[in-house]
Design a protein around this ligand. Sequence first.
Ligand SMILES: [Zn+2]
Ligand SMILES: [Zn+2]
Length: 168
Amino acid sequence: MKEFELTFDVHERVGTPVLGVEKDEPIDVDLRIQSVSEGVLASGTVAALLIGECTRCLDPIELDVEQTFTELYRYENDKKGRKKSKEIEVEDEDEDLHMDGDFIDLEFAIRDALILDLPINPVCTPDCEGLCPGCGQKMLELPEDHAHEQHDIRWAGLEGWDGLKGSS
Ligand SMILES: [Zn+2]
Ligand SMILES: [Zn+2]
């Protein structure tokens, strides 16, 4: 068994549209490589700082994540005898990973570990109430009795203007 401590700088943003590791930010990986009969077992911890915005109030969010992963990379010659075309292998998510000569491609494992458990709708605080539809301010910072009059404020300046009453 071998252990490695690796730091990758991501060259393109990794994550979901609302939360991800920004370009040129580091991903730390504690990696354990173990030789097993079918190939190489790679397991470890992925740690990174995710940046995103609250899906309710659009405030920036920073989220430290640490995820573990375990992937088996089979020896290349296991591939022989497979009937599937390469194209199908790529599309099939359950497809086994394989070594490429002496190399293993950790990108998939790291991406998966980071992305799988991300919240789909991240929020700045669990009780974030988003923005007031009337004025766009954060609900939590507004007084409880904050309310807007029923009519649409965008038309307020036009009240009393005869043009609104129709031209009959
Ligand atoms: Zn929020
Ligand atoms: Zn308001």
